[in-house]
Design a binder for this molecule. Structure first.
Ligand code: SF4
Length: 287
């Protein structure tokens, strides 16, 4: 049975500082004392307490969910890996995936990860560095770490590619597809860039429907037996984005739309369905 699809942005903290981040992540460049940083951002209200995160897990009270754990960087803090473990125990490993980055993957025991999640998603949207959208090392470290995940085996791998004016040139697409093929990535997921969150001002990156379709066509022509399968999110139009998913914010709010964030990374009022720290999912769903 297909569970209710949910994306949980379990943390707002991120070691990257992408210019068009849809949740306006809280930049944490230092890794020296992650536990101290975690306590600091909890005091600032940027991260839920572990107790509140576990209340959210408890309040997911229906039998079947399909949950993608995202961020920020969901593997930055050890306690979030423990929350993922609880979710996996409750709903089954096959219903849990993560969307992470190379820096998060470098911090965890990837062998242990395969016991609690079925799929690792990551972004790979440019073969060249630096570029104006991503910090230096972002795409290359994502790819390096995902190669290790592929070697370990036991977890599916999926590259997410937001398509913008900067990465739809045919030669760039060929390089992206070749690099993902060489890395052994199984699937790639094309999505249209939407100017939300910190990216709200980057209207210059948006594609027309024709440009989007042309990029999809190029990827689909490149699709080969050895390379990743190509999946397309919401082929055309801006209206429904990823609307089949509900979203849980880093504060535990349940949203009707994972893209419903303002330029400060705050959820849009009209998208808020309830607060999973205090309300059961079943109760919110009945409202
Ligand atoms: S887009 Fe992702 S990796 Fe970049 S700052 Fe935001 S949460 Fe971090």
């Amino acid at each position: 049975m297909q569970g209710i699809p949910l994306i949980w942005n379990i943390t707002k903290a991120c070691p990257w500082n992408c210019s068009f981040c849809c949740i306006n992540a809280y930049y944490l460049p230092s890794f020296e004392s992650l536990e101290t940083e975690l306590e600091k951002i909890k005091r600032k209200g940027v991260e839920l307490s572990l107790e509140d995160k576990l209340k959210v897990v408890d309040n997911l009270d229906l039998e079947s969910f399909d949950i993608d754990i995202s961020g920020g960087e969901p593997l930055l803090f050890r306690e979030n890996v423990e929350v993922i473990r609880r979710l996996s125990k409750k709903f089954g490993r096959d219903n849990i995936s993560i969307t992470t980055t190379g820096r998060g993957l470098a911090l965890v025991d990837k062998n242990a990860l395969k016991d609690i999640i079925r799929e690792v998603g990551f972004t790979y949207d440019s073969p060249y560095e630096p570029n104006s959208l991503r910090p230096k090392g972002y795409n290359s470290s994502n790819l390096e770490q995902i190669k290790q995940v592929v070697q370990i085996g036991g977890m599916r791998t999926m590259a997410q590619i937001p398509l913008t004016k900067l990465n739809v040139d045919e030669e760039i697409i060929k390089d992206i597809y070749r690099n993902l093929t060489d890395a052994g990535v199984e699937r790639l997921h094309l999505m249209k860039f939407f100017p939300v969150g910190r990216g709200a001002h980057r209207l210059d990156l948006s594609l027309t429907n024709q440009e989007y379709q042309t990029a999809i066509d190029i990827y689909q022509k490149l699709e080969s037996f050895e390379g990743p399968r190509v999946y397309v999110q919401n082929a055309l139009g801006d209206s429904d984005k990823n609307s089949s998913h509900l979203n849980i914010t880093f504060r535990g709010l349940l949203l009707s739309d994972p893209w419903a964030y303002d330029p400060h990374g705050e959820p849009l009022e009209e998208s808020i369905l309830g607060d999973l720290r205090y309300q059961k999912f079943s109760g919110i769903a009945k409202l």
